[in-house]
Design a protein around this ligand. Sequence first.
Ligand code: NCD
Length: 316
Amino acid sequence: MRFDHRHLLGIEPLRPDEITTILDLADQYVALGRRREKHANALAGLTQVNMFFENSTRTQASFELAGKRLGADVMNMAMQASSIKKGETLIDTAMTLNAMHPDLLVVRHPHSGAVDLLAQKVNCAVLNAGDGRHEHPTQALLDALTIRRAKGRLHRLNIAICGDIAHSRVARSNILLLHKMENRIRLVGPPTLMPSGVEHFGVEVYDNMEEGLKDVDVVMMLRLQRERMDGGFIPSEREYYHRYGLDAEKLAHAKDDAIVMHPGPMNRGVEIDGTIADDINRSVIQDQVEMGVAVRMAAMDLLARNLRAHPKEVMA
Ligand code: NCD
């Protein structure tokens, strides 16, 4: 079992066998999470600080629970209320925290690259909980675990990622991961919501759900990231739902046993029909939440092992 990294900043630097290592360990933590006694001690004595510069419900709760189940001291910094509001820079805040000697720093930030920058300034392990439209590695890992458990494998699957690809770090991290694991990826959405350079991604691109979903094993829906749009990317939500919202009619083009995923938070009636989201025979959205805790436990456990093994050494 090898995982030679000091930080988890993105999927990009990970090898397929390292991805498998995280997922295998996460499987064990899924089992632990289903027991009445959910504690393990992989992070005992360590301090975990969560710094969320962007709103989050499930990701922050998931990291908090993951740390607590593994015995860490977990602190959530209320970044909205912090000195950032008084004009302190990201780096100043990080240096202040660094002086308190955290071991694990979990960071979400609206700017792409901000978490990488911060990782260069601190002595602890940094986990990226989403930076701008760049990466969201634990989301891609939890999606991968959900797919692997539902489909029995994580290779040679046809996977459609649908909707607002351009603004989505979830899409970016998933494309990187699913590509490394040798799946066929389709991106489905309006041309205005496709990222620039998409022709070099090694994926198929569709602007029509009926064709894009044909015979796929996995349908991954994305939220319209309105907070990252500055202008008219879509004609109207009604029109968007009509063309790209996942409903029973469109889902009928996928394989009969295709699973439906969404990272949350969902806009019901905009990118997905509420009855599909709640259909326990098709939707694995709740499983994604459960896998999220387990994957974060696994990622922090592996990083903590490296911290303990090489306290001073600089790793990738
Ligand atoms: C995603 C995010 O923040 O990037 N959500 C999440 O982590 N649960 C996706 C989104 O906000 O649409």
